[in-house]
Every structure is written in C-alpha cells, then in structure tokens.
Design a protein around this ligand. Structure first.
Ligand code: FEO
Length: 161
C-alpha cells in the first residue's frame, strides 16, 4: 500500500499550495505504480529524483509565503522540512548505491506527507490566507513575478508531457 488518496482533509484552501501538494501526491502514486509494474531501476531513480526535487522546491515556496505572512512558527516549520529533506536524501543515497529502498521510501513519503499536511501545513494556512487576502495575491498568476518566477516555472511545469 503506497498510494495517497486525495481527500478534502488534505485541502488547505490555498490554491497554489493545494496544487503543489496534489502534484507531490501524483509523484508518490506514480512511484507506487512503477514499483508494481516492474519499471527499471533507472526509471524509478529518475522519478525519485524528480519527486525529491519538486518537494524541495515546494518547501522553499511555502517558506517564502510563510515569511511574507509573518507566520509565527516559520523556524519550526523550516526545521521539519530540513529534517525530512535529510531523511529522504539518505534514502536517495542508498538507492543510488544499489540498495532497493523504493518501498521504504514510498511508505515514508505517504505517511510523512499525509501527517505533515494535516498537522504542520494546516497550522500555517490561516496566517497565509489572511496575508493573501490583504495583498491581493490569491491566484498564482498574481504572485510577484521577480520573487516567484523561477519557483513557479519549476512548480507549474506539467508532470508528464
Ligand atoms: Fe507543504 Fe510544509 O510542506
């Protein structure tokens, strides 16, 4: 069991963030599919690389929004992101060295993401919503171009072409 079913519980009500979380969920579910359908190590490695890359970009984007919104627990949230990134990097290293860690990594991603969105991300949602309402940057297209252009380019590129 390595899939996440998207439910209302995972919706923060912040479109740009919900879209990014949904994209990460798609990556995780794709990883589970690839593990079941006998995809090659190379294909799985490529997906893990993209999943981790995208997730780290999402963390940076989310932290920027929290900073703008003066979210009180930004430092704590950053620390949780850092610890998770280190943990996933260790799995990635082991995978690159030839260990079959894709199942363990898949389970970690499912459990961690679900809990993190429901607990930690939900905690900052209200602060960011208030900030977005007062700054008129509710839609991703309205985000300040200089600040977010590069991150947007990464985060809004279609997953599969
Ligand atoms: Fe959406 Fe804190 O990760």
């Amino acid at each position: 069991m390595g899939k996440i079913v998207w439910t209302e519980q995972l919706n923060l009500g912040i479109d740009v963030i919900d879209q990014q979380h949904l994209r990460i969920v798609e990556y995780i579910n794709q990883l589970d599919d690839m593990r079941s359908n006998g995809s090659s190590r190379e294909e799985i490695g490529w997906l893990i690389h993209n999943l981790v890359d995208y997730t780290i970009s999402h963390f940076g984007f989310e932290e920027s929004l929290q900073e703008e919104a003066h979210y009180l627990f930004l430092d704590e949230h950053k620390k949780v992101h850092e610890q998770f990134t280190q943990r996933v990097s260790q799995y990635q290293d082991r995978f690159d060295k030839g260990e079959d860690v894709s199942k363990a990594l898949n389970s970690l991603l499912v459990t961690w993401l679900f809990n993190h969105i429901q607990r930690d991300d939900t905690d900052y949602a209200e602060s960011v919503k208030v900030y977005l309402q007062h700054t008129n940057v509710i839609q991703p297209n309205a985000l300040q171009p200089n600040k977010f252009a590069q991150i947007k380019k990464i985060l809004f590129t279609p997953l599969f072409k």
